[in-house]
Design a protein around this ligand. Structure first.
Ligand code: SAJ
Length: 428
């Protein structure tokens, strides 16, 4: 198998052609392998086979066209097309259920499909983010379904993706990679495979460690953001600007405090701490508490808004509120788990009207000016570059009342004539 990989003769099937699966399939095709992408959405398959991407990502159109036109990559919805491959790479989503427990249905379905298609000697790789110990459980599932023995009849590896949307093709090549094998040989084979395009460092370990590594990275960030958010709460009590305090604290060589804000969104940070805890036997206070703090941040923004409305004697039920930004982070069109929506949910029943405007996402209004016309308050929920340096004194002329709430620290000086509140900005 090692030789087949080195000579690019190994046949690869990528299961799930989403944000991670499609770029990964393209990279392997570009490295010279024959790749079949398996995807249950038939419209996505048809589009990819025409050389068109269904996801937005720099460079993807050109790279996909090349891969499809060279005959190295094709997509399919037919499980028969992924039979007897040497390598299977699973890139499906692992979302949370309503009750915050992991929903591993997509992963299990993918593993069942692979179990039915693979041959003796295949290498099965899971790139999806999964709760600790899932890879070895999936190996057991394959053993049960096929009667193969893990480590003897097939190889299995957890190879977490670590890329950031918008930079996927760069980060796939240059980021370091963690490969967690259920056996050492599994990880060694995966290393030969990923070396075909990875220029960053490659570290081998066991699969439960690599599962933990991935979840720890995002939990580290989530807990640190929660700490910054707690500092913001304290700053309100003590009447100081937390951002100035953080700036000063971060002049210490060993301190790097994160940025407080209206909430933590996206497809990773709000989910991964729960995946990390889901296989544990006891409750863990810090990680759980951090999640609660971050999930409550839209409510802090609500408190600030209502406090400002009170200051102008406007009952909330008469107020027209404009939410600026729907994406979960700046300069992105991605709205998954965006705190902007949690904020809208939190105020919707208490106010007269909620409007929204986002230059990247369809909101209720198409322009900032249109959204602000005769409104009472604007709330900044996303740090889009477009929202920096706006002339609020001009924009204020369109509004019925002038309340501005900054959930992302985009406003340095409160604009004249406005009642201003900002997360972490102490008293105004
Ligand atoms: N946020 C804050 N304060 C901060 C940093 C972020 O409130 O100091 C908020 C953002 O506004 C956003 C959310 O947190 O709503 C998440 O943004 P992010 O930029 O931290 O992360 P993601 O979800 O876009 O990408 C993360 C990355 N992980 C780490 O930086 C440890 C990325 O490298 C991973 O590949 C990705 O998760 C993933 O797929 O797991």
């Amino acid at each position: 198998m090692r030789e087949r990989i080195e000579k690019r003769e190994a046949e690869i099937a990528v299961i799930g052609l989403g944000y991670i699966g499609l770029p990964t399939a393209i990279m392997f095709a570009d490295a010279g392998f024959n790749v079949v992408g398996y995807e249950i959405r038939k419209d996505v398959v048809a589009k990819i086979n025409r050389g068109n991407s269904h996801i937005v990502e720099p460079e993807i159109d050109y790279l996909l066209k090349n891969a499809v036109e060279s005959g190295k990559l094709r997509a399919t919805s037919n499980p028969g097309d992924i039979k007897d491959k040497d390598i299977y790479i699973i890139c499906v989503q692992t979302p949370l259920r309503q009750d915050k427990t992991p929903n591993l249905e997509y992963l299990e379905d993918a593993v069942r499909t692979v179990a039915g298609a693979m041959k003796k000697g295949s290498l099965v790789i899971i790139e999806s983010t999964v709760p600790p110990m899932t890879t070895s459980r999936m190996a057991e599932l394959i053993e049960k379904l096929r009667g193969f023995k893990a480590g003897r009849d097939f190889y299995m590896v957890h190879a977490p993706e670590r890329v950031m949307p918008g930079r996927i093709f760069k980060e796939l090549v240059y980021n370091s990679r963690i490969l967690g094998g259920i056996t050492e040989e599994s990880a060694e084979l995966a290393e030969v495979l990923y070396r075909s395009f990875v220029k960053g460092q490659i570290f081998r370990t066991n699969s439960t460690t690599s599962e933990m590594v991935k979840l720890m990275e995002n939990t580290f960030r989530d807990v640190n953001i929660a700490l910054a958010n707690e500092f913001a709460f304290l700053a309100h009590q003590y009447g100081i600007d937390v951002f100035r305090a953080i700036e000063l604290a971060n002049t210490h060589p060993r301190v790097r405090i994160h940025t407080p804000g209206i909430g933590v969104g996206g497809h990773c940070l709000p989910k991964d701490p729960y995946l990390l805890l889901s296989s544990a036997r006891e409750d863990f206070g810090l990680i759980q508490k951090a999640r609660e703090i971050n999930e409550d941040m839209p409510l802090m923004a609500k408190d600030l808004l209502f406090d400002a409305l009170k200051a102008i004697n406007l009952p909330p039920e008469e107020a027209v509120i404009v939410v600026l930004g729907l994406a979960y982070k700046g300069n992105s069109d991605d709205t998954r788990n965006s705190p902007a929506y949690a904020f809208i949910e939190a105020i919707r029943d208490d106010v007269a009207e909620v409007r929204s405007y986002d230059p990247y996402v369809e909101g209720s209004h198409r322009s900032l000016e249109e959204a602000l016309k005769d409104a009472d308050a604007a709330v900044i929920a996303t740090d889009h570059t477009e929202f920096r340096g706006l002339s609020w004194e001009e924009l204020g002329k369109l509004m019925r009342n002038k309340v501005l709430v900054d959930g992302r620290h985009l406003i340095d000086e409160p604009p004249k004539g406005f009642v201003f509140r900002g997360i972490g900005r102490g008293e105004y």
